[in-house]
Write a protein that binds this ligand. Structure first.
Ligand code: SF4
Length: 490
């Protein structure tokens, strides 16, 4: 076990001292990192490397095979003493505290530290992290004059070559950092004392397990809440409301008094668990689906939101639609149709023309949770005003099948408090098998598309097929959901 307290460890102590202790003393108990989180971390690293171009010609102290923080700190010291003016991943150790900062740059004999965030916004947590870094660095390098957070600039539009200076936005955090120096003196002392106790702090689970980040030890602390009927598996309830029940010793859903529940979407879950059967408000479902006109199809769109704009005229994190899949019936047979936008070229106009043409003949377009699709269509209408009327027509045909579920007009106990398409899929179609697909979420789909830029033709073709399988599965379940709702009316 390293004797050093890193920034990551300290952030955990801020969230929960038990989190900090487990992270330091029992790291093997950590939950495995989801594919989504791994991809988000990788994006952060890539943006950090790109930001180095703001201060070219620096030395990365972490370069090389060896992962040794003492060595990185020593290299940083040597570079500073040797007159370097730009250091990447500059590493500092003050007493037992360790921090690394993305870029350290010297101008007119004064050093400024820059921490890069692959984000458009600055959060309170980012500022606190930066303040902790400042506290450690200032103690090692008194000439540290300023500290900035570097985020992606939401107003930057790619025009011609990528302009690194325009892409990033600098926000000074020196004032906060100076103000908080004594706070860290105290808090780091609390963290040290926790380690010295040599026993796991007795801290109960609570809303803090998810703020500011989802804790890495939910698998350990929450294992006793694994009962499928635990109140912790209730959806559509705030974490705070969940813990009110839990702390009042109401641990199982079937212990909740139905008369105390106000909202239908929560009540329906409790009833489903108590009666161990699905709950369907036939009248409401009937009224909802009566608005569906034939012929109808289902439609799902996948988007890519590159942190760094890739196509001309786009901004950081702009939604770029790259794939849509439809399912419909023709001569009594289910048909699928997908359009996949090649990675290299923008082709959003072609994408739009394809989607308009493919949906034109249908009176209703079924979707599940239409928010993303509508946002994409709105952006396309702005971009290509000549198609605004056609887009408005397509939007007027959309019926969102998530609505009856969201409103609590249908619920099955197997959904386990989750109201997503993936959770209802096995109820609608036992063969659905989202879990057998290589891509299982929109986030993974997005990063897989991004990966096409560096893959060879064979890898790219395989990724393309996997993405289409995923999108078609979404469209298929959405399509089958309508028949499923209809079956509840007979
Ligand atoms: S799961 Fe909750 S209680 Fe357990 S270590 Fe994490 S934050 Fe603390």
């Amino acid at each position: 076990m390293s004797a050093l307290i890193s920034k990551s460890a300290f952030i955990k102590a801020e969230q929960c001292l038990k989190h900090f202790y487990l992270y330091r003393s029992h790291p093997y108990l950590r939950d495995s990192l989801s594919k989504e989180k791994q991809l988000i971390f990788k994006r952060g690293t890539d943006v950090g490397i790109l930001a180095q171009q703001l201060f070219p010609g620096g030395t990365d102290v972490t370069a090389g095979e060896k992962r040794d923080q003492q060595l990185f700190a020593q290299r940083t010291r040597e570079l500073i003493e040797g007159g370097a003016d730009t250091i990447y991943e500059a590493t500092f150790i003050h007493n037992d505290l360790l921090v690394m900062v993305d870029i350290l740059h010297k101008k007119d004999n004064a050093w400024t530290a820059y921490e890069v965030k692959s984000s458009l916004k600055i959060t309170e947590t980012y500022v606190k992290d930066a303040c902790f870094q400042y506290y450690v660095i200032k103690n090692c390098l008194p000439q540290l004059a300023d500290f900035h957070l570097l985020t992606l600039n939401s107003t930057y539009v790619l025009a011609g070559e990528l302009d690194i200076t325009g892409l990033f936005k600098k926000t000074p955090v020196l004032k906060d950092a100076v103000k908080n120096l004594s706070y860290f003196e105290h808090k780091t002392q609390v963290a040290r004392l926790t380690l010295e106790q040599n026993k796991i702090p007795d801290i109960k689970i609570g809303t803090h397990c998810f703020q500011p980040y989802e804790c890495d030890f939910l698998g350990t602390c929450w294992k006793n809440t694994g009962d499928p009927n635990s109140v912790m598996s209730l959806g559509k309830l705030t974490k705070q409301a969940m813990f009110e029940l839990y702390d009042n010793n109401i641990r199982r859903i079937d212990e909740i008094d139905l008369n105390t529940i106000e909202h239908k979407e929560v009540k329906v879950q409790v009833k489903a668990v108590i009666e161990q059967k699905e709950q369907a408000d036939v009248k409401e479902i009937d009224a909802f689906i009566s608005g569906i006109k034939s012929p109808y199809c289902s439609l799902d769109i996948e988007v890519w939101m590159p942190a760094v704009p890739f196509y001309q005229g786009t901004k950081p994190f702009q939604q770029i639609p790259f794939l849509f899949s439809m399912v419909y019936e023709e001569e009594g047979k289910l048909k699928r149709y997908s359009y996949f936008k090649p990675f290299e070229d923008d082709l959003r106009k072609v994408f739009l023309e394809q989607i308009l043409e493919a949906t034109n003949a249908f009176a209703t377009v079924l979707m599940f949770d239409k928010a993303l699709e509508e946002s994409v269509l709105n952006q396309l209408a702005e971009l290509y005003p000549e198609y605004a009327k056609d887009i408005a027509r397509l939007k007027s045909k959309i019926i969102d099948l998530a609505e009856p579920i969201r409103k609590g007009n249908y619920y099955h106990p197997d959904m386990k408090g989750n109201f997503s398409l993936k959770s209802i899929a096995p109820v609608v179609n036992q063969e659905a098998g989202f879990d057998k697909l290589d891509v299982q979420s929109g986030i993974v789909a997005m990063y897989m598309y991004e990966g096409l830029g560096t893959q060879n033709a064979i890898e790219a073709e395989s990724a393309r097929e996997q993405l289409i399988d995923y999108c078609e599965m979404d469209a298929l379940i959405t399509y089958q959901l309508l028949s499923f709702f209809r079956s509840k009316l007979v």
